[in-house]
Design a protein around this ligand. Structure first.
Ligand code: PMP
Length: 321
């Protein structure tokens, strides 16, 4: 789809994957005016193709558009485009268990004008690629570096939008953490560096004394669709979930008191990712003996079961393409 001021979104089309030509002055290259989404399609044993909550991704895309001064996109039109694209070649959705088709919708500002002002032209595109199982050898806990120097988002900033700048701001910390053997970074709030926000591409949950706690959506955290789904699932099981500020000290104290039972991340790529270790300012905290917790495993099994069509989709999340 293309957008021009005065004309709106127009010219929907499906074309073979190819390079695109852009003016070097296109605003996206200089001012980062761009938003994106990530979602997955799965093939069931009986050959159906199911997409996980795509309406939520396009709603969130519009939330990001709002923050980045990009014109809204019609959710129904975007959904139709996504379905058409997946239908053009159903073989793209892999059959092997655990694999899926990753779908990346995005918008870039293409107006070739240097000058800090919202673009008057955009392109909306969807690209896709088959992806292997994130945990091909079984679900395994991750080690996470708690970032105490850099920040990713601040109140009033772009943290709740899915836009390139947030990820660009995270690369340095991610690189340094990787050098120390940590695969992920846990971000603290941008003002006090005290409250837990989210992991690089996951929201984060803690089980403390039988209760599940997750940082409240405070405007600088991405409103994860897996996060929302896991809260719904936990509540349907009668497990209380608290959405509130969670300080890093609270977690270390709970660990000392023996009440920090589990931690896990949630996101489209990793689904449910148990956390085996946190390292904050050199102080290591091993959670659940570094093993996958019972609740994390149950959430993982249930969510992947629903996505692959093996379990009943009681909450109405899957959309057939
Ligand atoms: N936080 C960030 C910063 C992310 O990039 C993602 C991945 N989209 C998430 C959280 C998890 O969101 P979702 O469950 O919608 O994939």
């Amino acid at each position: 789809l293309d957008y021009e001021e005065g004309r709106g979104w127009h010219s929907p089309r499906v074309v073979p994957y190819q390079s695109i030509s852009m003016d070097p002055a296109a605003k996206v290259f200089h001012y980062g005016q761009t938003v994106f989404e990530g979602l997955k399609a799965y093939r069931t044993a009986d050959g159906r193709i199911l997409v996980f909550r795509p309406d939520q991704n396009f709603k969130r895309l519009n939330h990001s558009n709002e923050r980045m001064s990009i014109p809204h996109l019609d959710v129904e039109l975007a959904l139709e485009g996504l379905k058409k694209l997946v239908q053009t070649d159903r073989d793209w959705v892999p059959e092997t268990e655990g694999t899926s088709l990753y779908i990346r919708p995005f918008i870039i500002a293409t107006e070739p004008v240097l000058g800090v002002a919202a673009s008057k032209r955009y392109i909306f595109m969807i690209i896709m690629s088959p992806v292997g199982a994130y945990y091909a050898e079984g679900i395994r806990p991750v080690k996470i570096h708690v970032e105490s120097e850099f920040v990713r988002a601040v109140p009033g900033g772009t943290g709740s939008a899915k836009t390139a700048g947030n990820y660009a701001a995270s690369l340095k910390a991610q690189e340094e953490a990787a050098l120390e053997g940590y695969s992920q970074v846990l971000w603290l709030d941008g003002v006090h560096k005290k409250y837990v926000e989210e992991v690089g591409s996951m929201n984060v949950f803690f089980k403390v004394n039988g209760k599940v706690i997750t940082p409240a959506l405070n405007g600088s955290i991405l409103k994860g669709i897996t996060r929302d789904s896991m809260i719904q699932l936990l509540q349907s099981w009668g497990v209380p979930v608290e959405e509130r500020p969670v300080s890093i000290e609270e977690l270390y104290e709970a660990h000392r008191a023996g009440t920090l039972e589990e931690a896990f991340g949630t996101g489209t790529a990793a689904v449910i990712s148990p956390v085996g270790e946190l390292n904050w300012r050199g102080e290591k905290l091993i959670i659940n003996g570094g093993e996958t917790g019972e609740l994390s495993a149950k959430l993982y099994e249930t969510l992947t079961g629903i996505q692959s069509g093996k379990l009943e989709d009681k909450l109405g999340w899957m959309v057939q393409v």
